[in-house]
Write a protein that binds this ligand. Structure first.
Ligand SMILES: *Cc1c(COP(=O)(O)O)cnc(C)c1O
Length: 393
């Protein structure tokens, strides 16, 4: 393997994380809901306008909490894309609900809102749009369907921090939103997440479920004189040292996002000629969406073996990766879920997708190397050697 491999990801630190963690230790409050957690919650509320933000140990935990909060029951159906991370589905399967996989849009790789209504049955309870790469789903259409069929909307906004749809922040549009601060996301704390509650009637119970089913949050606010077991729940609070790390990142979240968006645009410009030559397709961002530079991906031609592209890139010093194995084709997805239609777009695009290195500190020269190497590899792997396809796909 090349020694100067350009890594796919490199977690970014602002430099203030360790100082804030030391402060959390000095505060003598290392369990959940300490000063840093409250600061982070308030930041998310101020930035997004959500009614209540609550830090959690992960986006997965936020989705688990959502499924409990919405009282999903065995046999209930939840509409979602198959092209997503396992937690989107697993959270609802834990309640006995059935994920119903709907195909994605060719342009954004997001849930195709035009196919949702055909998937609705008397058992449908919830729609889970996933904002892939921080590019918003068609939320107006999704909210309209939800209203007409009396369904809840949980936004999987794991990749969506500081991205928006028609000026509205992702995660603050549906009834509930879930953010991730996993090391691979834009804003990080190792493992972490947040629940965004937008429907105020859900706030009190969200706090109870997150606090092991107790009204401990109300007790700490002095609203009750003791706390007791009220409902089902789990331990869904991160410790305050984790929140201290996160606070260092939230303080710089806008600069971090701007740097990623600039890297995204560099790739987009460098790869324009390759798209014109029909060698690949670049991401498409609808005018209503402002994204956050979370992922830069390309789609290679259907005739090209994507895994060979990844192998040859790596041999040449570029670590690029594929993304989701569609859930409907995974063992647990087949066992627990149901397909709506043949999911042809999902299968085709997932098999053609290549994610390029994206991290703060990636230099212009490194990006140029990624693009030059990609051009060499995809040109070589074209079915007709050396012949440019001269088409769009
Ligand atoms: C990363 C991710 C998750 C899981 O986030 P964790 O914080 O690691 O639990 C869920 N859904 C999507 C779409 C993701 O990208």
């Amino acid at each position: 393997m090349a020694t100067d491999l350009i890594p796919f990801n490199r977690p970014y630190a602002t430099g203030r994380e360790a100082g804030y963690i030391a402060e959390a230790i000095a505060n003598s409050h290392l369990s959940g809901d300490g000063a840093f957690t409250r600061r982070c919650n308030r930041w998310i509320e101020d930035q997004t306008g959500c009614t209540r933000a609550l830090l959690t140990p992960s986006c997965t935990a936020s989705l688990d909490l959502s499924a409990m909060l919405l009282d999903l029951e065995p046999g209930d159906e939840v509409i979602m894309p198959s092209y997503t991370f396992v937690s989107t589905a697993n959270a609802f399967v834990l309640r006995g609900a059935v994920p119903v996989f709907v195909d994605i849009r060719e342009d954004t790789l997001n849930l195709d809102e035009r196919l949702i209504e055909a998937a609705i049955t008397p058992r449908t309870r919830t729609i889970v749009p996933v904002h892939y790469a921080g590019v918003a789903c068609e939320m107006d259409a999704i909210l309209d369907i939800a209203r007409r069929h009396d369904l809840r909307v949980v936004e999987d906004a794991a990749q969506g921090i500081l991205a928006g749809y028609k000026g509205r922040p992702l995660g603050a549009i549906g009834d509930i939103g879930a953010l991730s601060f996993h090391e691979t996301k834009n804003i990080i704390c190792g493992e972490g997440g947040a629940l965004m509650v937008n429907d105020r009637t859900l706030v009190a119970r969200a706090e109870i479920i997150r606090e092991k089913g107790t009204d401990r949050s109300r007790f700490f606010r002095g609203e009750v004189d003791k706390y007791t077991w009220q409902d089902l729940g789990s331990s869904l609070l991160p410790g305050d040292a984790t929140a201290a790390f996160l606070w260092a990142q939230l303080e710089e979240a806008k600069q971090i996002t701007a740097k990623r968006v600039a890297l995204w645009h560099s790739y987009h410009e460098m790869l324009a000629p390759l798209e014109q030559e029909g060698l690949l397709r670049r991401p498409i961002v609808p005018a209503d969406c402002h994204h956050n530079g979370h992922i830069y991906y390309v789609l290679v031609a259907p005739e090209i073996d994507r895994n060979r592209v990844l192998g040859e890139l790596k041999a040449a010093g570029v670590h690029a990766v594929f993304h989701y194995v569609p859930l409907h084709s995974s063992p647990a997805g087949r066992r627990f879920g149901r397909m709506q239609g043949d999911l042809a777009i999902t299968d085709s695009l997932a098999a053609r997708l290549v994610r390029l290195p994206m991290w703060i500190g990636l230099s212009q020269a490194q990006q140029q190397k990624v693009c030059d190497t990609l051009e060499l590899v995809v040109s070589k792997l074209q079915p007709v050697q050396g012949k440019r396809l001269g088409r769009t796909f």
